[in-house]
Design a binder for this molecule. Structure first.
Ligand code: HEM
Length: 429
């Protein structure tokens, strides 16, 4: 709005700055199981009351795509909120609490850069492409075992895929999978902000720690002699040249296992649920690998898994709101893709949309997901073979939903289907 100034010149009226605490904001009951089952109407209603902000039990929620994208870049004004999560969980002094405060995702500045740069070379798009043959073999073997059943819980089936791939990438034997799967499942609830989960998280941390320590000790006795440098070789070399401490090495291995497990499994399960509702697209995925790439990307927009917590370290002003230092902010990137202001026909699953990569599934800024190229490649490879061998999938029972905070998704996806034999695979990357 412009106002007439004394000398006849138009002067822009400055928007009035508002303090966060003084705003009348909608409240989102994100801890409520009913919210978790159907969050989209809550977000739409919240955006009617305030275009980009709401409150929740533990702080404030950024509800709009543009605001999430703009604010997640502000690494100089925010930290990851792991200390806040440990406080909410009453976990100071526990093994799990220590891990949450010291692992890569919790670090800031130079400490973060140093540790991230140790493993970043193993997570480039080129490296992810190199691992496609491993991914193809893992999913083919799993389908050989599971497809003859004609009915199963798809979430359970999907849970074996990322973990077996990750064991292969790290250099752990596939026999390790049954030993660590339950602990990874438990770890997936790390950011659910429910204190009742703490004893289970502590047990999971103990088991995973013992697992990675055994793995490192075994490998230090028997280093690879075939010239292959899996993640374990890279990390042990870095340890021996003084670039990492032993504790940092163990934490990196645990983080590599947990960061890619629940997220990938839940993304694949949400994708299967979407495909059951779109058999036309699912059929094309069996025939056309390039189309699987588009469907995978569209699924990352349509519904995905994570809510990212941050803590502001400085006062910051966004649009006309002053957000003080020490504010806990939640970024539900899981539903950001359904913001109608950011995406045309946002509620339609459309793998041909022009802005397929605009989603925020993997976060933004210095903590952007390091495993994103691995995640993409394994879901694309998985989808292609699953669509060939699990024909005509039908949902035969209800699903529950996981807590919305942290890593969200379906709990259980019971299906029946017509099994089909393996096909010759095209080698497209
Ligand atoms: C669909 C699957 C996946 C999703 C949706 C996902 C999502 C995310 C998100 C949102 C973040 C940012 C967290 C933040 O800003 O605080 C992140 C970080 C990270 N992810 Fe993923 N992720 C996936 C798969 C993977 C895989 C397969 C790996 C492989 C190990 C992985 C490794 C990591 C690591 C290491 C970080 C921390 C990076 C840092 O703090 O510098 N992720 N992920």
């Amino acid at each position: 709005m412009s106002k007439r100034a004394g000398r006849g010149m138009a002067r822009l009226e400055m928007p009035k700055m508002q303090k966060l605490a003084e705003l009348d904001l909608p409240d989102l009951p994100m801890e409520d199981p009913a919210f978790s089952e159907n969050p989209l109407p809550h977000f739409a209603a919240a955006r009617e009351m305030h275009p980009w902000l709401a409150t929740c039990a533990f702080g404030f929620v950024i509800t709009q795509y543009d605001a999430m994208r703009d604010l997640l870049w502000l690494d100089h004004s925010m930290t990851t909120a792991n200390q806040g999560v440990v406080d909410i969980m009453n976990a100071e002094g526990t093994r799990w609490g220590r891990f949450q405060k010291e692992m890569l995702g919790a670090r800031q500045g130079e400490a973060h850069k140093r540790i991230r740069s140790v493993i970043a070379p193993a997570f480039t798009p080129q490296q992810a492409n190199r691992h496609r043959s491993l991914m193809r073999k893992v999913i083919a073997d799993l389908l050989d075992e599971w497809a003859p059943k004609r009915a199963f819980d798809f979430e359970e089936f999907a849970s074996h895929f990322p973990i077996t791939v990750m064991c292969g990438l790290i250099g752990a034997p596939p026999e390790a999978v049954p030993r660590i799967r339950a602990s990874l499942e438990a770890f997936g609830l790390s950011f659910s902000l429910d204190r009742e989960h703490l004893p289970m998280l502590e047990d999971a941390m103990k088991l995973l720690d013992a697992f990675v320590q055994d793995l490192v000790a075994e490998r230090r006795k028997n280093r690879r002699s075939d010239g292959e440098r899996d993640l374990l070789e890279i990390l042990i070399d870095t340890l021996e040249s003084g670039g990492l401490s032993e504790r940092e090495l163990y934490d990196l291995l645990i983080f590599a296992l947990v960061a890619g497990y629940d997220t990938s499994k839940n993304a694949l399960t949400l994708l299967m649920d979407a495909m059951i509702q779109r058999p036309d697209l699912y059929q094309r995925c069996a025939d056309d690998f390039r189309f699987c790439q588009k469907v995978t990307e569209e699924n990352f927009r349509y519904l995905t898994t994570s809510t990212i917590p941050r803590l502001t370290t400085k006062d910051l002003t966004y649009r006309d709101v002053i957000i003080p230092a020490g504010t806990m902010l939640f970024f539900p990137v899981s539903i950001a893709g359904r913001d109608k202001l950011a995406f045309e026909h946002a509620d339609d699953f459309d793998p041909e949309r022009p802005d397929l990569r605009k989603h925020l599934t993997f976060g933004m800024g210095v903590h952007i997901c390091l495993g994103q190229f691995i995640a993409r490649a394994q879901i694309q490879e998985g989808l292609h073979q699953i669509a060939q061998r699990i024909r005509n999938p039908r949902r035969v029972g209800p699903s529950a939903w996981r807590p919305f905070y942290g890593v969200w998704g379906l709990r259980g996806l019971p299906i029946e289907f017509d099994p089909a034999p393996a096909q010759e695979l095209a080698t497209v990357e």
